[in-house]
Design a protein around this ligand. Structure first.
Ligand SMILES: *C/C=C(C)/C=C/C=C(C)/C=C/C1=C(C)CCCC1(C)C
Length: 245
């Protein structure tokens, strides 16, 4: 009972140089705020974007809940909440793949495109987890497999079927697709940097002094909220006028 009370009333002090703790805290707030924003904008634009906006909100909401736990975990243990991190990703990254599909549906995207991206993203994350948490001695090998899955995703959306569909759709959809592609190419590339900073390997020394969790937290804020805003922007620019002015 005493422990329970303590865990409820425990207010951690954030050291001024605890950048991990700070970014967990701010990240949590940002994800919560973004979720409220996306949920509230759901019904203001053309019906066809409603599901896309809902998914944007779900992505940041799922992250907000995980950040709530990760923030606590960090304060309590002073170590990386690797497990929560990957559970968060394995739920949210496939949802980001769903966003690609939903946007391209206007040009006739098939479910198979969505499932292909989802399977690739799961392979990318599960192998990443193995390298980071289970077989740390071979982190480079698991990171490499993960990286290959990542590059296939990049190829698919930049040059493969998804690109053709985006071009057929044209207009605001093409613009949104291209922006999302940049997020995946540049924004998602932040993660392998965090991975190399936080696991042992031939790359030791290159990313010395970088805190893995800070890198991941920045990546999450940029990608999850950024992705959602691209979709929001598409809903705004591709709707006749707001349903309620
Ligand atoms: C919201 C969370 C997102 C967008 C997470 C994305 C994560 C990645 C793109 C992770 C990629 C990795 C590699 C490409 C190699 C090393 C292992 C990972 C899992 C960090």
């Amino acid at each position: 009972m005493k422990n329970l009370l303590m865990s409820i009333s425990f207010t951690p002090e954030i050291a001024t140089d605890d950048y991990v703790g700070f970014t967990f805290f701010v990240g949590c707030m940002a994800m919560m705020a973004a979720s409220v924003f996306f949920f509230f904008s759901m019904n203001s634009y053309d019906r066809k974007w409603r599901t896309s906006l809902l998914i944007s909100g779900l992505i940041t909401f799922i992250a907000a809940v995980h950040y709530w736990y990760m923030r606590d975990y960090w304060y309590a243990n002073g170590s990386s909440p690797t497990f929560f991190r990957y559970v968060d990703w394995i739920l949210t990254v496939p949802l980001m793949c769903v966003e690609f599909y939903l946007i391209l549906k206007v040009a006739g995207a098939k479910k198979s495109l969505m499932w292909r991206l989802i399977v690739l993203s799961v392979i990318m994350l599960v192998t990443g987890y193995f390298g980071e948490a289970v077989y740390r001695d071979q982190a480079w090998l698991w990171g490499l497999i993960s990286g290959i899955a990542y590059f296939i995703i990049v190829y698919d959306i930049w040059l493969g079927k998804a690109k053709k569909l985006a071009e057929e759709a044209g207009g605001a959809v093409l613009t949104a697709h291209k922006t999302l592609c940049w997020f995946v190419l540049v924004g998602w590339a932040i993660y392998p940097i965090g991975y190399m900073a936080g696991t042992p390997g031939w790359y030791d020394g290159i990313f010395d002094g970088l805190a893995m969790d800070v890198v991941y937290n920045i990546g999450d804020a940029v990608n999850k909220i950024g992705f959602g805003l691209v979709v929001y922007n598409l809903a705004v620019s591709a709707s006749e006028k707001p349903a309620s002015a």
